[in-house]
Ligand binder design. Structure first.
Ligand SMILES: NC(=O)c1ccc[n+]([C@@H]2O[C@H](COP(=O)([O-])OP(=O)(O)OC[C@H]3O[C@@H](n4cnc5c(N)ncnc54)[C@H](O)[C@@H]3O)[C@@H](O)[C@H]2O)c1
Length: 295
């Protein structure tokens, strides 16, 4: 099967970016959310992002119109998925919600449709388990911002068919992405490797070994990382890191994967990272940031 039509469920941070990547790559895409307000907001974000490219001279106005012409929005799930070849779910990180949606998708989609979840930390095997097409479910883990970031981790749940993985890899390539294959294990590749880096950076801040700012400078200039671990943790969000780290630790039982207490304390103090302007840094309204004094 050659994938031609995408449906993306959830028009938030990730969903709108995934739909944008699809229409920019020439696919037809339907962006679905539970209310007209959310779905229109997602479509407006896509339009704004493309308009920026036009303003910078990176895209012709006509091209933008053609791309936007490939995007449809919907608040009717049955209508949204009826013609889809590939459905990507990007709704909030809640296993019961995802399982409920996948059980519905299984009934509403064509028999050959491939179902994908963009989950960061949940078990793709558990999500697939809610369907009667367990061999046709994968994880497609995009990175934020999804329209720009090249990597997509293709997560292979227990029981997935080789053909499904092959189609997912090929489709992501046609989407302009670089897909890599990984077994359905907590953290997949990127978050599993980032965990110990985040944990060690937090421990160094806690011990007063160095400031968050100096740790970031060290890793940028000494290790060639584009962002330091504290900046990156702020960007990921401490609540998300907690969820990811707890599930990795439950799997590995390695001390290096255990959530550092500083993240728990930061969350208790109402500091979630960049998303609420409070992390290792305070993010100011003028777009600048200043280091936060933890103690
Ligand atoms: N934000 C990130 O950096 C990031 C990165 C990789 C993966 N993820 C994963 O992607 C998924 C989505 O995350 P997000 O950051 O885009 O969340 P978000 O909160 O920005 O967006 C979620 C969207 O889903 C919609 N929604 C809620 N219930 C729905 C339903 N029943 N049907 C359809 N839509 C529904 C919401 O209205 C909202 O627009 C999560 O599983 C998350 O773990 C997030």
């Amino acid at each position: 099967m050659e994938v031609k039509k995408f449906t993306v469920l959830g028009a938030g941070t990730m969903g709108h970016g995934i739909a944008q990547a699809a229409v920019q790559a020439g696919f037809d895409a339907v962006l679905y959310d539970v209310s007209a307000e959310f779905v229109e907001k997602g479509a407006a974000r896509i339009q704004k992002s493309l308009a920026k490219r036009v303003a910078k001279g990176k895209m012709a106005e006509d091209e933008m119109k053609t791309i936007l012409g490939r995007l449809k929005t919907s608040t009717d799930l049955a209508e949204a998925v009826k013609d889809a070849d590939f459905v990507i779910e990007a709704v909030p990180e809640n296993l019961d919600l995802k399982k409920k949606i996948f059980a519905e998708l299984d009934k509403l989609c064509k028999p050959e449709t491939i179902l994908a979840t963009n989950t960061s930390v949940l078990s793709v095997t558990a999500v697939a388990g809610a369907t009667n097409r367990k061999d046709q479910v994968v994880g497609t883990h995009f990175f934020n911002p999804a329209a720009v970031m090249k990597l997509v981790e293709i997560i292979c749940p227990v029981g997935v068919a080789d053909k499904t993985v092959e189609i997912a890899l090929d489709t992501m390539k046609r989407l302009g992405k670089t897909p890599i294959k990984v077994k359905d294990t907590p953290g997949f590749i990127v978050n599993r490797l980032l965990g110990p880096l985040y944990m060690t950076a937090a421990q160094m801040v806690l011990e007063g070994t160095a400031t968050a700012e100096d740790i970031d400078t060290a890793m940028k200039l000494g290790a060639g990382h584009p962002m330091g671990p504290c900046e990156l943790a702020d960007f990921g969000g401490f609540d998300v890191i907690q969820m990811a780290q707890d599930s990795v630790f439950e799997y590995t039982h390695s001390e290096a994967d255990k959530l550092n207490i500083l993240y728990r304390k930061m969350i208790e103090a109402g500091r979630l990272g960049f998303k609420n302007g409070k992390g290792f840094y305070d993010y100011l309204p003028d777009g600048t940031k200043k280091p936060f004094k933890v103690f």
